[in-house]
Structures are given as structure tokens and as C-alpha cells.
Design a protein around this ligand. Structure first.
Ligand code: GRF
Length: 197
């Protein structure tokens, strides 16, 4: 009989950290643990949240590294000390290289504020409004070498309301993000707890 253990999640971010907060608040109910937070931005509000909550944290500032590959290596070194099962990108604003992505294949996930494959990249809410789509939402996906193009794990959708602007749409999508990301990790946690057949 194996020892039952809790899914270990490390979060990587660059900014506000509202998804980190949601992930952290829902962790006990969903059966996973936030074991570490890494920020490339020393001024990230998400990092302050981690510190205030006594979550183990690290800063790996991309400005301290001469190139992206060395930054990626330092990021991986910082992450590996947390011994996480899953690396959850949550508002991480750097593009990761192939070596990093390969090292965490199947364990590296991201949340993106659109219904992928629609609207990869930035400014998703304004672009959705401009395109005149009726539905918009959020996607959690595995990270691969294709930006915002990895296998989709889960999505949540909403209907765009008449006359709503990008800010209003962004806040409604963000509320969906805060529900979906913890749910996805809860599912990973359940899969980990399931005895092997
Ligand atoms: C979210 O909209 C997320 O989907 C995107 O970046 C934003 C991060 O927000 N990848 P926060 O830092 O979690 O508040």
C-alpha cells in the first residue's frame, strides 16, 4: 500500500497574483498544496501575497541573466527545490524555452483568458469584443513549444453581454479563472490519490 500524499503545486507568476490567491484559498478543499511560488518580478503583488501567507517563495529576475536559456535554467533550479508535482503558470509574462518545457512535460500548465484556440497571446478581451464573438472564457492547458497552443485540459465559458467593455469582460473572465484553476488542480489531486489499477 502506497502512502497517500497531497499533490504538490508550485506557482510561477509575474504580477498581480489573483490566481495564486484563488489557488491558495481553495487548496485545502481541493486536496492539493501550494509548496512554492516563484516570481521573475521582485515587485509582483503575487510575490508579496506569497510572503504574507508564509508560502515558500523565490525571485528569479530575468534581468539578472544574460540570456533566456540561463534564466530558464535558474528558474528550473528554483522550482526543483520545491519538489512540485505540477508547475502552474499564473500570469507569468515570459516565454519559456524548449529545454525548460521538455523538463516539465505533462507537469507544466497555464491559464489563459480566452477560449483557446481562439485569441492566443495578449489583449484577449479587447480582441474578442472586436471580433464580435458571442462567447468568451478561460482555458487551462498544458504548456508546449507552441505559445498558448498546448493540449487543453479544461475551459469555462460565458456569453458576452450587449455593450460590455473590455474591462468588464476581463473581470467576469477573471472570476471564472479563479474557479477553474483550483478545480483543475483538484482533479489532478484526485488522480494522484487514486490507487493504481
Ligand atoms: C490572468 O488573466 C491569466 O489568465 C493570465 O494572466 C492573468 C494573471 O492574473 N495568464 P493574476 O496575476 O493571476 O491576477
Amino acid at each position: 500500500m502506497g502512502v497517500k500524499r497531497v499533490l504538490r503545486v508550485a506557482v510561477v507568476l509575474s504580477g498581480r497574483g489573483s490566481n495564486l490567491r484563488a489557488l491558495h484559498e481553495e487548496a485545502p478543499a481541493q486536496g492539493y498544496e501550494i509548496v512554492g511560488v516563484v516570481s521573475n518580478n521582485p515587485g509582483a503583488a503575487g510575490l508579496s501575497y506569497a510572503i504574507a501567507q508564509s508560502l515558500p517563495s523565490a525571485i528569479v529576475n530575468h534581468r539578472d541573466y544574460p540570456n533566456a536559456a540561463l534564466f530558464d535554467t535558474a528558474l528550473a533550479d528554483a522550482l526543483d527545490q520545491f519538489e512540485a508535482d505540477i508547475i502552474a503558470l499564473a500570469g507569468f509574462l515570459r516565454v519559456l524555452g524548449p529545454a525548460f518545457i521538455q523538463r516539465y512535460t505533462g507537469r507544466l500548465i497555464n491559464i489563459h483568458p480566452s477560449l483557446l484556440p481562439a485569441f492566443p497571446g495578449l489583449d484577449t478581451h479587447a480582441r474578442a469584443l472586436k471580433a464580435g464573438v458571442h462567447e468568451h472564457g478561460v482555458t487551462v492547458h498544458f504548456v508546449t513549444d507552441t505559445l498558448d497552443g498546448g493540449p487543453i485540459i479544461a475551459q469555462d465559458r460565458l456569453e458576452i453581454m450587449a455593450g460590455e467593455d473590455a474591462a468588464k469582460l476581463a473581470s467576469r473572465v477573471l472570476a471564472l479563472e479563479h474557479q477553474l484553476y483550483p478545480r483543475v488542480l483538484g482533479q489532478f489531486a484526485k488522480d494522484l490519490a487514486r490507487p493504481p489499477r
